[in-house]
Ligand binder design. Sequence first.
Ligand SMILES: Cc1cc2nc3c(=O)[nH]c(=O)nc-3n(C[C@H](O)[C@H](O)[C@H](O)COP(=O)(O)OP(=O)(O)OC[C@H]3O[C@@H](n4cnc5c(N)ncnc54)[C@H](O)[C@@H]3O)c2cc1C
Ligand code: SF4
Length: 469
Amino acid sequence: MNNPTGFLEIDREDRHYRPVSERLKSWREFVEPLPEGTVARQAQRCMDCGVPFCHSACPVNNLIPDWNDLVTSGDWQAALDRLHATNNFPEFTGRVCPAPCEAACTLNLEDRPVTIKTIECEIADRGFREGWVTPRLASKGTGRRIAIVGSGPAGLACAQQLARLGHNATVFEKTNRIGGLLRYGIPDFKLEKSLIDRRVAQMEREGVLFRTNVDVGHDLPLDRLLDDYELVVLAVGAERPRDLDVPGRDLPGIHFAMDYLAQQNRRVAGDAEEAAAPSGTISATGKHVVVIGGGDTGSDCIGTANRQGAASVTQLEIMPQPPERENKALTWPLWPLRLRTSSSQEEGCERDFSVLTNEFFGNGQVEGLRCARARWDGGRLQEVEGSHFEIKADLVLLGMGFTGTAFPFEAAGLDTERGAIAADAVRFATSRPRVLACGDARRGQSLVVWAIREGRDCAAAVHEALAQA
Ligand SMILES: Cc1cc2nc3c(=O)[nH]c(=O)nc-3n(C[C@H](O)[C@H](O)[C@H](O)COP(=O)(O)OP(=O)(O)OC[C@H]3O[C@@H](n4cnc5c(N)ncnc54)[C@H](O)[C@@H]3O)c2cc1C
Ligand code: SF4
């Protein structure tokens, strides 16, 4: 540890965002990287605690104090190696991870955690700028053939690990581009897609084969894959959206968030948009938009609607408004429930909490919502009597989470558990021999960093299974 008193001498400083007026005119990322010297100074704030809570709070167990120390001493390339030792794609997590590591940082007891995510992002970005990120070729091939279905962060991490172990990894993806929700869920203004392309290029040079436009279970039966490959890994995500089954749901103008978001990402990429939303073009331009659901997906809808020039954006959440500040004595080092304002919410939106949507109304097109206040009574959701109100809406986006995998698991003879493909977290074995599952498909809707962790662990399980076969 280079500066044992850094945390006393140096104030926390984090990346800034470009002004709202500027960023709303663009689909590009708007987070301004800190100058390299400032990042190195921020790394000096790490106390290298005896028990690094950040390390265990990070789902991939990033070796955070180690790379903070290396950055402090100016050895960025060694820091990149330490980072890649646990995380295949730190340039993704450095942009979109909610950073549970920072919640667990000892300095967060005083609300001034080390800027871990920013340091991670700079190590990764610098690695690419300097040309340090090169293919890591296996010393020899094993000739063992593995199919990975799904090219989100779980499938990609799994395939990369397998290729580096010398196995022949082929990724099958039903859409026209690689990346899963990194590509078609998360908007470009949070994660530019060229970042995925350069990783895919690295993986291709490491020997991973990519087959796009192949819908396994529909175009290509799972049994056929099992004829051609020794093992099949299902990393097919949790794509089934939660619906809101209330009167008026079938009115035109009410869409699932993912139909809307994927369409805009396709537009930015210059691809045909109809593949994402069979119901035609969905646009927020000039419209009063209501987003139902308060999570990441909802926020992405807000940022997209504001960039499209919505007349207004309102976000409804069924849960009560959480406290502005958590009680650290009760929550630290765990992830606390507290009111957070995303960059998209900051760009302009009305937020309302404890709202039940009872009905959509309109004449041939959605015109509004009939709502009521919600309260939790003995763990049950109740409607507050006499609390009815209406909200005007020309476009409603449903971002209320996902209920599980959309893979045709029954036809494929796979057991499920709470909507996800049933598989354990050690062998990743499903109910079908030679078929494994990982990522959101196995654990349910989660985070990019968890998908990377699952992909890595599943690759280790595949390697072990091959050794025993
Ligand atoms: C809108 C949105 C925003 C999000 N924002 C964040 C964020 O900011 N930070 C964060 O950490 N997490 C975020 N998440 C969650 C995160 O994106 C997911 O947890 C993560 O992508 C899961 O990775 P995965 O590889 O398991 O699945 P996915 O990324 O869903 O990838 C699954 C892939 O499998 C493909 N596939 C499915 N079925 C088949 C089939 N039958 N044949 C072939 N291919 C198939 C799909 O097309 C897809 O490409 C967000 C999620 C959404 C929906
Ligand atoms: S991946 Fe997420 S939790 Fe882990 S160090 Fe990076 S920002 Fe923190």
